[in-house]
Every structure is written in structure tokens, then in C-alpha cells.
Write a protein that binds this ligand. Structure first.
Ligand code: GP9
Ligand code: MN
Length: 598
């Protein structure tokens, strides 16, 4: 019975993880592995064979469960290296509950019953050695031959990228052998020259307008771009953000994308501050905690600034307390430094966070005559976005009540309200005119890869809710000295933030290297190279989005025109595809070799 149940679970697993290509072969490999393991256990003469069979069954069920939970969130299977990170995922608390759907739990729910069943099973007769060794041996042979054939016909990668047992086996081998380092190209002299050239400050539009001003950057949890200038049933969702965008001195980047890896929110911070690609192996803040960096906080410190980070959650989360040191922050104001007078979800409400942070900003301002950099990370608008009734300001229609969308809009409006109050406080304290104010979203809130959520959003927005809309976050930069306002619609991502803000502030990046571009002055064609949700090799330009196929075969990729949504031929974008992989590899090389530390 257990083999049969496990085979059914494999089918469910393939369904949840959306195995699309070579389904038959993927299934065949899983089947052979399962049959081999069970015949090996059951045909033996071991007294405890049924218990062993159950153990195998339970372990595989648990792995499938962990995989689908991870997949539901990240659209990719986890690496063994993520085990260290499991604490982070569970700490996400409420959001984990939403991930523990009945469908995912099906992998575990039967375990108590199957356990009892296995304990009750009587030992069957002994098998002779031909059966005992012959059957599992034969199956192992078929499995090996199949894998050899697959590699001969170039299907080994595509199949094993999707098949559970071989995926994990490959991953473990890779981790033990530290194989990925060989994947990274080294930087040639030419590459280095090109990057140095790219990193240079080029006088242009708005250069130096913000020189000598304080910098206040607010990274807003789950703030997507679609809520900007958006009305829900006639109700303006973000009146304060919209007001800020219309104000003189504001730049609004409306074609700006998230760029994150395994470290989610913390990678948004990392990429924003360093203009390097995030790691896809572990959260960058963990994997490269000891590296030397030369990002925005450091550059500003060299200009005499004092750099602090403020976030109302546990300081250890995402390893921030350790990582911030080498990121260049001199002080981290974390949960320990706030009075938890009011909490929602994770912890302190954004309202309280902003209120109490004002005192810290004043303290920061009074340190010396030099300007400061304050990096603030909000918390309340985190999945599952459920707000207490008193903070539900929007009238939500029945059909959206208690949906992800309805709850999300409520939490965004709350954020907008308390942010508006914070801006008023900055004005009162005389800080507004003395500071550049930056606001951006860290990553998506509603996952377009989840069928139900995608349908909900598509029905609501009236156009297909796809990866482009999902990954787009707003970026707003307010510059007191700027006498106009502007919406910049060229494509860009968090990778481009540092060059963009350094141009506005007029500071040269003398010791570091930046992979992004100044979104105000760069003249060539820019691009975005995501690695999560859309896998490595994917690219977004002003016109198209290419989503790299999950089986690793470029020809199976999906390309569409972002404006018309028309499907395009991937072959026409092979050069772009190769180029983004090279870019990411070069950036990985910098991380892996601790380039700035040498
Ligand atoms: C926790 C917060 C949330 O400190 O930044 O992280 P997330 O779950 O969005 O990555
Ligand atoms: Mn986040």
C-alpha cells in the first residue's frame, strides 16, 4: 500500500510544482526510485522491514511537504543549503499558515494512519536471494540505464531539474563538492575596465542636486506598483504617496522591478545598497556576511554621513544584526529599541514605528554638523495583510472581503496613512527640506504564479496579471532642490538604485563596482535580470519579458510583449538571455571571491 500511496503523492507533487516538460520521463524516474527502494526494503528478510518501509515513506513525504511549501512561496525547489534558513521561514508566522493549505498538508496527513498500518503488518515469508537481490538490482539497473540514455539525448538536465529525487541528489552533490564556484566565470581585465567605466559618475541631468542633504530611505513591505494612483471603487488607495508624486521635487519611477534572491526582503536591501546581484544559494546577508562591501552606507560615510538602519522587528531576523556591520551601518535600531505598545502580525505597527523613529532621527540629526543616512524598513503590510477592523479604512465589496486582494489594499492604505503622518512630522521638525526622501516597495504582495491569486487579480485589474505586474514596485525620490517633477518610465530595478541616487547626490563611487545604471542619465537600453519567480536567464526590457523555462531548456522559455501581451519567439532573444547570465555570473564572482576584501 505504501508504494502506491507514495506514487500518488508523486503525481500530486508534480502537479503542485507544475512539471510541464517531459512529464512522462520525470514520472518514470520517480517511479523507478520508489520501486527500487521499496523492493529493496520489503523483499529483505529483515525483521523490521515494515517499519523501515514506513520510515522511508515518511521521510520522502516530509521532503515533498517541505518542497511544496517552499515552492508555493518561491516558485522553485529548495536547496539543501536552505535548511539552515528554515527558522526564517517559520518565523514568518502568519504567512506560513496561509502556505499550509490542505493541499500541501495532504503529504503529511496520512502519516499517523500509515504508521499504525505498518506496525500491524505481519511479517511475510522469506524470499530467496534471487528475488531479494534480483528485483531491486534489476530496477536499479533500469534506473541507471535510463539516466544514461537521458544524458545521451540531452534530457538529463531538463528531467532532473524537475524530478524530486534526482533534483535533491544533484543539489546535495553540488553542495558537498562546492561545485558552484566553478560555474562562476572570472572577471577579465576588459570586464573590470567596463565595470569601472560603468561605475563612474557622469555629469548629467539632476547631478548633485541632493549633495550634502540627509538621505532618508523607506523600504516598504510588499508595496506593489499597481496600487499607485489607483482607486478601489472610487476610493483612492494611496492618497499620500500619490500626493508626494505630484509634488514639486518628486521623481516617480513607474517601471521599476524587484530583484531578490533567497533572502527576500533582506536581498531587496542588499541589492539596493550594493548594485550587485543577490545570491541564489542562501540569503546574501548570511552567505556573505563577512565579505567586504563598498555600498551606499559606506560611500556616504566617506562623505561624512552617519548611517543608521531602523526596523521594528527582531534584530537577528535575516541576520541583519551581523550583516549591517559590513554593509556600513553604524547603528541598528531594532525591536529592542522600540516600545511594543501596539503590534500587528510580525510586531510593532508601522504607525508606532514611524512615531518612535522620529526621536531616533532627531538624535541622529544632532550627532554632528554632518548630514545623516537613515534606512527604514516597514513591517505591517506583510502577508497575510490582515488588519484589525479599526484600521480597515476602505469599503471593500463583498466579493473581495477577506481575499488576499481586499486585505492587501486595506494594509496598503493603512501604510499610506501613517506614512503621510510621518512626512508631516518630518516637515514639522524641519527635516523634510533638508533631506532626500526615498520610498520603494521591497517585493510583490500577490503571487501571479498562484493560479487562484492570479485569477483574482486578473478579474480585478481587467488584464492578465503576469510576472511583470507582480514584480513591479514603485520607487519615489523626493529632492527638495528640484523645481519640477517627473515620471520616469524606463525599465530598471533595485540594481539601479545606487547609481541613480549617487548621481542625484553627486558622489563618486571610488572603491566599489556597480552593475546597475543611473536611471536618469543612462543612454543605452537597460534591462532587468531576475532569478527568482522568473529563473536565471530571464530578462525584462522596456518591451518584453522572457521567462526562462523551469526545465532549463531555453527553447521552452516564454516571451511576451509587455504592452500587447502577444507571445513572441524566444529564439529572437537568445543574445539577451546569454548576456544576463554573464552579468549575473560576473556579479557572483565578486561575492564568491570577496572581491573588495582582497
Ligand atoms: C522581517 C521583514 C519581513 O524583518 O523584513 O521579511 P519577508 O518575510 O518579507 O522577507
Ligand atoms: Mn518583505
Amino acid at each position: 500500500m505504501l508504494p502506491l500511496l507514495l506514487i500518488l503523492k508523486i503525481l500530486l507533487f508534480m502537479n503542485i510544482t507544475r512539471v510541464k516538460y517531459n512529464r512522462g520521463l520525470v514520472f518514470l524516474i520517480s517511479l523507478l526510485v520508489i520501486l527500487f527502494c521499496f523492493t529493496f526494503i520489503y523483499l529483505s528478510n529483515n525483521k523490521k522491514k515494515y517499519r523501515r518501509g514506513f520510515k522511508f515513506y515518511a521521510v520522502v513525504s516530509a521532503i515533498m511537504f517541505a518542497d511544496v511549501v517552499y515552492y508555493t512561496y518561491f516558485n522553485t525547489l529548495p536547496s539543501i543549503r536552505m535548511i539552515k534558513q528554515m527558522g526564517q521561514v517559520t518565523a514568518v508566522g502568519d504567512s506560513v499558515k496561509t502556505l499550509l493549505s490542505i493541499r500541501n498538508l495532504l503529504f503529511l496527513l496520512d502519516l499517523p494512519l500509515t504508521y499504525i498500518y505498518s506496525r500491524k503488518r505481519k511479517r511475510s515469508k522469506n524470499y530467496n536471494k534471487y528475488i531479494r537481490w534480483g528485483i531491486p538490482g534489476g530496477l536499479a539497473l533500469i534506473l541507471i540505464i535510463t539516466l544514461i540514455i537521458l544524458s545521451k539525448i540531452s534530457l538529463f538536465g531538463p528531467v532532473t531539474n524537475q524530478e524530486i529525487f534526482t533534483y535533491h541528489a544533484k543539489d546535495i552533490k553540488k553542495t558537498i563538492m562546492k561545485e558552484d564556484i566553478t560555474e562562476t566565470v572570472s572577471l577579465t581585465g576588459k570586464d573590470l575596465d567596463e565595470l569601472k567605466q560603468r561605475t563612474k559618475l557622469v555629469e548629467g541631468k539632476y547631478t548633485g542636486l541632493g549633495k550634502g542633504k540627509n538621505l532618508i530611505v523607506i523600504q516598504v513591505e510588499s508595496l506593489q506598483n499597481f496600487v499607485i494612483n489607483h482607486y478601489y471603487e472610487g476610493q483612492e488607495v494611496t492618497p499620500n504617496l500619490n500626493g508626494l508624486i505630484k509634488e514639486q521635487g518628486s521623481l516617480y519611477f513607474n517601471n521599476y522591478y524587484q530583484l531578490i534572491g533567497r533572502g527576500n526582503t533582506s536581498d531587496a536591501e542588499f541589492v539596493t545598497h550594493n548594485s550587485l546581484y543577490p545570491s541564489m544559494e542562501e540569503p546574501t546577508y548570511t552567505q556573505y556576511v563577512d565579505n567586504t562591501f563598498y555600498g551606499l552606507p559606506w560611500i556616504l560615510r566617506d562623505q561624512g554621513y552617519t548611517a543608521w538602519a531602523l526596523h521594528g522587528y527582531e534584530k537577528e531576523f535575516w541576520n541583519r544584526d551581523n550583516a549591517y556591520v559590513n554593509q556600513g551601518f553604524q547603528r541598528f535600531i531594532s525591536q529592542d529599541d522600540y516600545e511594543l505598545v501596539e503590534t500587528i502580525g510580525f510586531g510593532i505597527t508601522d504607525g508606532e514605528f514611524f512615531k518612535q523613529s522620529m526621536d531616533y532621527l532627531k538624535e541622529l540629526d544632532s550627532i554632528d554638523d554632518n548630514p545623516f543616512y537613515a534606512f527604514m524598513i516597514t513591517l505591517t503590510s506583510h502577508n497575510p495583510f490582515k488588519m484589525p477592523e479599526k484600521y480597515e479604512y476602505l469599503d471593500i465589496k463583498k466579493e473581495h472581503k477577506d481575499t488576499l486582494l481586499g486585505n492587501y489594499l486595506q494594509s496598503v492604505q493603512y501604510l499610506d496613512k501613517v506614512l503621510g503622518e510621518f512626512i508631516e512630522e518630518l516637515k514639522k521638525e524641519g527635516l523634510y527640506e533638508e533631506s532626500l526622501l526615498v520610498i520603494y516597495g521591497d517585493h510583490f504582495a500577490i503571487n501571479s504564479l498562484n493560479k487562484e491569486d492570479q485569477k483574482l487579480m486578473t478579474d480585478y485589474l481587467g488584464y492578465t496579471y503576469d510576472l511583470d505586474e507582480m514584480m513591479k514596485v514603485p520607487l519615489i525620490i523626493h529632492i527638495p532642490a528640484l523645481e519640477t517633477n517627473e515620471t520616469i518610465n524606463r525599465v530598471g530595478s533595485m540594481l539601479d538604485f545606487m547609481p541613480t541616487i549617487l548621481n542625484i547626490m553627486g558622489y563618486e563611487n571610488e572603491k566599489g563596482l556597480m552593475f546597475g545604471r543611473d536611471l536618469i542619465n543612462y543612454e543605452g537600453q537597460n534591462f532587468v535580470a531576475p532569478q527568482t519567480y522568473a529563473l536565471k536567464g530571464s530578462i525584462i526590457t522596456d518591451e518584453i519579458l522572457l521567462e526562462m523555462s523551469r526545465d532549463g531548456v531555453f527553447e521552452n522559455s516564454r516571451v511576451y510583449n509587455i504592452k500587447t501581451r502577444a507571445a513572441l519567439n524566444p529564439e529572437d532573444y537568445i543574445e539577451e538571455h546569454k548576456m544576463v547570465i554573464e552579468e549575473i555570473n560576473k556579479s557572483d564572482y565578486i561575492l564568491k571571491t570577496d572581491f573588495f576584501g582582497k
